[in-house]
Design a protein around this ligand. Sequence first.
Ligand SMILES: Cc1ncc(COP(=O)(O)O)c(C=O)c1O
Length: 437
Amino acid sequence: MSQQFALPQTPFYVYSQSIIQHQCQRLKRVVLPDVSTVLYSLKANPNPALVKTIVGQGMGCDVSSAFELDVALSSGVDSKNIGCVGPYKSTRLLTMCLKNNIAFVAVESAGELVELAALREQYQSDTAILLRLNPDIDISGGSMKMGGAASQFGIAESELEDILSLAKASQIHIHGVHVYATTRVLDPDSFLANFSALCDYLAALPERFGFNMEWLNVGGGFGIPYYRGEQPLSIETIQEELLNLQHSLVTRTGVSRLFFESGRFLVGEAGKAVVQVKSIKQSMNKTYAICDGGYNLFHGATAFANLMRKPYFISKVGQENLNFLSELPLPERDINGKVYTLVGPLCTPSDIIADKYVSEPLSVGDYLVIHQVGAYAITSSPGLFIGHGFPAEYMTTALGIVQIGKQDSIEEMKRRYIIEVEKENHKTDTYTQIEVI
Ligand SMILES: Cc1ncc(COP(=O)(O)O)c(C=O)c1O
C-alpha cells in the first residue's frame, strides 16, 4: 500500500486490518465447519471498527456488558452468533440479551439462573441458557488458570447438583455448559492436552449429573507472544488434531453447536502503540527516556511485563508512515546498544514501559513502537489518570487509513464534572458547585 499519511500526534494506536483478517482466517481453519462458531471476545478490544472487521470474517461475538452488546449488535452480526458470559451481568444487560434473542447467556450462579429464567419468560425469548462451570480438570500451559480452584467464575462442581435440582424444580431448561479454563496458551502440545481433557470431561457430564446437552461452549485460550523469547502458538500444527477432537466430542455428546471464544489471538498482534521520546535524562547510573505515553495507554497488556520486568517487544523507528508502522514486524533479536529505562508520563514510579531497553542511542523526538498491544490495552488502562485522556486510534485498511478513535480533548474530559446551571435567564455549563466551609 503506498498511501502516505503524516504521523499523527503521539501517543496513538494503529491497527492493521489485514492482520486481524488473517488471524480470523487462521482460527476459522481449526474449528469444525457447520458446527463450531468462533466468538470474538469484545473484552479484548471493543472498538466498533475492529468488531465490524472480525464479524465481516464470519465470527460471532462474546459480550460481557451492555455496551459490548450494543457494539456487537451494531456490527451487523447475526444475533444467533452472540453469547454473553461474565461473573456479573446487570439486569439491563440480561434484558438486552433476551430482547435481541442472542444465542445464549452462560449463567454463573443460582441467583443469575433464576433472574434470567424469569426475564426469558417475560420477554418470550428463545435465548439458550448455558451453565458456566468451574471444571475440576488438570489445565496447564496458560498464563491464567480460570478453573479447577475456588473462583468468582463459573459454578463449582460441588454446587452443580443443587443448581440442576433448582432448574428442574423451576422447570428451567438448561441447554448446555460453558467452560473457559485458561488463557494465552502458546505451547501446541499443552493446548491439545487441555482440549482433550476438556472434551473427556464434557462428554462424561450427562451421565455424571443426569442432564442432556444441546450446545457446548468450549472456551479458547489461543495465545500470542508478549515477551522476547516466547514462541507464537502455531495453530496450523494443531489443526488436524483439534478438528478430530471436536468431531469426536460432537459424536460422543450429540450436541449440535460448539462455541469457541477468542480475544487476543484475533486482535492482539494487530495493534501497536506509538509513543515519542520527549526527554532523556541521567539519574545516577540509569538513563531514563521519558515518553509521552506509558501505562495510561497499554497497562492491561504490559502490566505483567512491568511487574515481572519482562522484555516487551519495542522497536525504535524514524519518522515513518502509518502503513509502515502497522505492518512493522516484531524486532527479531537483541542488539548491542545502550540500556535505557523507558518510562511514561505518569507521576508514579510504576509507569515503566521497559526496565532495561537496549537500543541504538535514543534522541528526543524518536518514535517507539510497542508491539502486541491490540488486546487488553487501551480499554484496560487508566486513560484518565493525570488528565492525559485516551489516545487516538487508526486502522490501516485496503481502502486507506481510517481514524477509528479520537484523543480525548480537555472539553471531553471536563464533561464528567460539568452541570448545566440557569444564570441570568440562560443556561450555562459549569463545574459542579459545592459549598466549602
Ligand atoms: C470467559 C472468557 N472468554 C474469553 C476470554 C478471552 O480470552 P483471550 O483474549 O485470551 O482469547 C476470556 C479472557 O479472560 C474469558 O475470561
